[in-house]
Write a protein that binds this ligand. Structure first.
Ligand SMILES: [Zn+2]
Length: 92
């Protein structure tokens, strides 16, 4: 199953940490693609994808993390849990 990796942005006002206008990434989720190859309307953990931003990243194989390097600390653990059995069933 193909997935699209998207990020959920935290657009709440800065709480004085000096981040300026930079949006921080709240979490990185996985979205199962529909039969046309477009990302679905919900992430694997059930969040709507409408306000999220697609990342141009496709996991190369089951041996590769589904996350871009550097975003692993932000991974959604529910999406990760949902992906594990899918990858585990891949004989590679
Ligand atoms: Zn998620």
């Amino acid at each position: 199953m193909a997935i699209t990796v998207i990020r959920e942005l935290d657009e709440s006002p800065s709480d004085g940490l000096g981040q300026g206008e930079m949006l921080s990434v709240k979490a990185v989720h996985a979205v199962p693609d529909d039969t046309d190859g477009h990302p679905g309307e919900e992430t694997l953990c059930g969040k709507p994808t409408a306000d999220m931003e697609r990342l141009r990243y496709q996991p190369a194989s089951a041996d590769t993390s589904w996350l871009p390097p550097g975003m692993i600390p932000l991974k959604c653990r529910w999406c990760t849990d949902a992906l594990q059995p899918l990858y585990a069933s891949d004989p590679h």
